[in-house]
Every structure is written in C-alpha cells, then in structure tokens.
Design a protein around this ligand. Structure first.
Ligand SMILES: *Cc1c(COP(=O)(O)O)cnc(C)c1O
Length: 143
C-alpha cells in the first residue's frame, strides 16, 4: 500500500488494493495501522483506515507500541484520533511509559478475540490453565 510524503498509509490506495485482491478472490482479513512509527513518530490516518475496515469487516489492528502513551496527554491525544475503531492495539509500557523491563501488550476490544490464537499442547499448559503462555510466546514446560 502506498504511503504519502510523511510515510503515512494512503487510504485511497488501501481501498484500491483491497478491491484488486477481492477481484482475484483473495480476501484479506486484517489491516494494521501505525500510531507512531518508532523512528519518526508518523501516525497513519487511523479513522479513515478504521472506517474502511468496518465497511469491509476486517480486523483493524493499531500498532501503538511507541505512540500509544500519547493517549495520556490531553494536549496530544487528538493525534491518535480513530484509534478507538481498532479491534486490537499494541502498546509497549517499556517505551513512553518508562517501565524498566520489556512489557509489550495487546489490548483487544472483544476479550474473546484472543481465543482465536489460544493453543494447548499436551506437555504444557492444559486446557483451562490461567497461564498467560496459552496466548503469548512466554509459555514453557514446567520443571
Ligand atoms: C518497539 C516497537 C515495536 C516492537 O515492539 P517490541 O516490544 O520491541 O517487540 C513494534 N512497533 C512499533 C511502532 C514499535 O515502536
């Protein structure tokens, strides 16, 4: 998908690419917008992307790993306008929240959406286990 002079996703081109894919019987299921790129802080036009996703019934994910904490600023939160349309949002507490250890998070609008990636292996987290490992990369076999 093309980007503009500020490296932000072009919604018109997104819609064009979606139409092209659909005409080839290829059905995307998700679109990712960035709310603050790591190096330059650019924010994609989240509201427009979110509206396209609602119309197409795609999952809308926003990568706000770096920029998400901006929502806590009454002066700058408007920069992330439209993030509320996201189905899921990534936010890293070890960035602008200054947590001294890695703390990446994904927030889901529908808490049951996370079940789509749940996995249980026999040797590890058993069904019903509350271990976060069933939804993250952190799971391991216990001693
Ligand atoms: C840091 C960052 C990531 C990766 O997050 P990690 O927690 O380092 O894996 C992804 N997207 C953006 C925009 C980031 O700033």
């Amino acid at each position: 998908v093309r980007t503009d002079n500020n490296n932000r996703l072009c919604p018109d081109d997104l819609q064009l690419k979606i139409n092209q894919l659909k005409s080839q019987n290829i059905h995307p299921f998700a679109v990712v917008g960035v709310a603050g790129t790591t190096e330059t802080g650019n924010v994609d036009p989240l509201r427009t992307i979110g509206e396209i996703c609602q119309k197409e019934q795609y999952h809308f994910h926003v990568d706000a790993a770096w920029g998400g904490a901006t929502l806590m600023s009454s002066t700058y939160r408007h920069l992330l306008d439209g993030i509320e349309l996201a189905d899921s949002v990534t936010i890293d507490a070890h960035k602008q929240m200054y947590i001294p250890m890695g703390a990446g998070m994904v927030l889901f609008k529908d808490p049951h959406a996370m079940n789509a990636i749940e996995h249980h292996a026999q040797y590890i987290l058993r069904k019903g286990s509350k271990d976060l490992g069933s939804h993250t990369l952190e799971g391991s076999r216990s001693g």
